[in-house]
Design a protein around this ligand. Structure first.
Ligand code: GUN
Length: 313
């Protein structure tokens, strides 16, 4: 048996096309949505993420601007930048790319982003809205995971969902979304006893740990849906071989770049799971699609209602 591979690129394209239509309507009404991205320093992974975010804005007709303060920026300087973006009416979404350098008080900066422009959904106000089932802005990767499940016809209500990883960005908010969708949710972490046994209970298993190939077939109930949130760069040839020996496409990739991107789920899980998201091409594209969706949602919530163009939505 081999799992159905859930095509995140295709689902993301569908969402982006829907969002693009909304952008057209808003723009025609004089309310072109705008996103400001703040990228501090030169973290290579962050630079790639931000480039893709800005590119998606361009594709969909969303106004975007990128702010790139240097590595040695102070908390106060970032707070001043955020305050300015909060004030500007044409900016609907503000995204401060993480991680921030160690001298910056990241929690203070995220708290300064106006909750109504907080397209990452990281502000405590939005975290509270999510946990109390009020409308608000929901973190992009967790929202994308739920879109994959819904659009692939995988039932959340009544399912046993196990989330491995308890980060503020993925683990906790995805657990909350699944709970709000009436799943029975277990959240696991590094101190969980007999992790494999807990994971084997899952109808829906979410792997958000950050350790290449950690979820092996013995963690997975036959037929389960496995969502792989991991983004791990494998550079060690021995490690590469352990996961991908005999996989020609991966071998070409590794030979060309000296590295390959893989998730937290071992390739052999494909033979046990019922459905699985690949890496790359699974959850990743959804994160960006949901950022676009959140930017439009923020524009509508803050500006659309004021002029009545979106009455009835
Ligand atoms: N760094 C890694 N993931 C994310 C994300 O979803 N949002 C932001 N702002 N930074 C990140």
């Amino acid at each position: 048996m081999s799992a159905i591979v859930l095509d995140g690129t295709q689902i993301a394209a569908q969402i982006k096309s829907e969002v693009g239509e909304e952008v057209k309507e808003l723009t025609a009404a004089g309310l072109r949505p705008g996103l400001a991205v703040v990228l501090v320093g030169h973290n290579p992974a962050s630079e790639i993420y931000v480039r893709n975010k800005v590119k998606s804005c361009e594709q969909l007709g969303i106004y975007s601007e990128k702010h790139t303060p240097p590595d040695n920026v102070t908390t106060e300087e970032l707070l001043a930048l955020v305050a300015d973006l909060n004030r500007r009416d044409e900016i609907d979404g503000i995204l401060v790319q993480l991680p921030l350098p160690p001298q910056v008080d990241a929690k203070k900066v995220l708290l300064a982003v106006s909750p109504e422009k907080d397209v990452d959904g990281f502000h405590p106000m939005n975290v509270g809205y999510l946990s109390t089932q009020r409308p608000g802005l929901v973190p992009c990767t967790p929202a994308g995971i739920v879109e994959i499940l819904k659009r692939s016809g995988i039932a959340i209500a009544g399912a046993e969902a196990v989330v491995v990883g308890r980060s503020d960005i993925v683990g906790k908010p995805v657990a909350m979304l699944l709970l709000n969708g009436n799943a029975t949710v277990t959240v696991c972490h590094s101190k969980t006893r007999d992790l494999a046994a807990v994971c084997r209970r899952a109808d829906i298993l979410i792997a958000a740990i950050g350790k290449a190939g950690m979820i092996t077939p013995d963690f997975v109930k036959p037929g389960a849906t496995v969502i792989d949130v991991g983004m791990n760069t494998v550079t060690d040839p021995a490690e590469f071989k352990q996961f991908f020996a005999g996989n020609e496409k991966r071998e070409r990739d590794f030979a060309a770049k000296g590295s390959t991107l893989m998730g937290d789920v071992h390739p052999k899980v494909l033979q046990v799971a019922g459905a699985i998201t690949p890496v790359p091409g699974g959850v990743g594209p959804l994160t960006i699609a949901m950022l676009m969706s959140n930017t439009v949602k923020a524009a509508k919530l803050r500006r659309g209602n004021a002029v009545g163009v979106l009455a009835g939505r």
